[in-house]
Design a protein around this ligand. Sequence first.
Ligand code: FAD
Length: 453
Amino acid sequence: APAVIWFRRDLRLRDLPTLLSAAETTGDALALFVLDPALLRPSGAARVAFLAGCLRALDDDLGGRLLVATGDPVDVVPAVAAQVGAREVHVSADYGPYGSRRDAAVAAALAENGRELVATGSPYAVAPGRVRSSSGGGYRVFTAYRRAWYDHGWRAPADTDADTLHWLTPPPPRDPLPEVDVDATLPVPGEAAARARWADFRTGFDDTTDAPGYATDRDRPDLDATSRLSAYLKFGCLHPRTLLHDLRNATGDDAATFRSELAWRDFYADVLHHRPETARRNYDARFDALPHDSGPDADRDFEAWCTGRTGYPIVDAGMRQLLAEGWMHNRVRMITASFLTKDLHLPWWRGARHFMTHLVDGDLASNQHGWQWTAGSGTDAAPYFRVFNPVTQGRRFDPDGDYVRRWVPELRGIAGGRVHLPGSGAPGYPAPIVDHATERLAALDRYATIKGR
Ligand code: FAD
């Protein structure tokens, strides 16, 4: 009997353990992707467009044999398995709150007819739940997790490609891929583009000159110093294990820092796995008592933040980059998130929802916990009194102001780092909607109310 390979967050054919697991019992397979309205609904156009592009690339790599079906996977997957007479449906495990519930329901539906959902591997170098602290639970602090993560280690890449299995021509009907019009400039979708980007980026790690590399420049939004692999990792066009394997002999600071960033990704997935409710709720429950602003003024401030019109240049540049590229530099994600929570006193989940809609790399674990970290309610809680100053952050990490001028055309007439000062009066650019010094003190007052609870 043929197997069904149900693709989800693993839109690639190289280093895909699922294919080896299916090949143990059969040579024939049907490739399936299910467009699940429950997942598409909260996704913005940019992420859906990138996903559609990745599916088109996968379909090409499979010689036009990817079956795309729309509906609830609990209905679609068993129906497709029955149609082709498959006994096994192979997947990479999903550890997210929705994905794990869905997979349990699909497995139960398949079992009713003697079929099996077989999960092999995950989107992570080390699957959530694997690395355990001495008390047996999950880690609460990143550096401790990372040490255990290194000690645990990861498998070698799986030796797979399109020829690992013989792909069946899908039975009709085949749903068309979503056609989405987007204004955002997106990365080239698909596995080949992801590999090309990675090959290009990592040559910098072997650089023997003294030129600063990833480790020093990754905080500079004005430079193109980070990998920009996040959207590919999100959809599994590349697996982090592949990257870690390619870096196995790299000893420099750049490779060490990059490995550590991949550990953050695994860490947040692990945290969400142990505490699924933290997708919506404070990781540190003391923060449930923190007062937030609401009402028409708060809504107006939120709107100004979303559209990049707060009057704080680095904040506005970041928010506009998000809309233009479906991506924002990590340093600026922290600055804009701090501004929303500490200068505007709005709840982190409001900003997180806006990010999740627009980010092409939007990932529940990394996004919600990136937000909670900045808000102070998350793991590794930054001291509550740490409030990012958008002007000094801007001057430090975008010293010549090039990043701001790239995204905020109204400020292009202002040369150098002075562009970071609010209230320049540049034509068409808003005056600051709040005074940072005042709001910083207001934030500290609010934090004082929950301190020591
Ligand atoms: P690189 O610097 O090249 O890093 C390589 C990879 O490491 C990234 O692709 C990513 O997979 C991982 N990584 C790096 N930093 C982090 C981090 N802090 N946490 C988790 N993984 C990390 N990342 C997402 O993938 N999806 C999100 O939805 C997301 N939301 C965020 C929200 C906030 C408020 C903050 C502060 C951070 C968020 N991040 C998120 C983490 C980080 O900003 C992005 O992963 C990074 O900017 C992606 O760009 P890159 O691929 O060039 O990163």
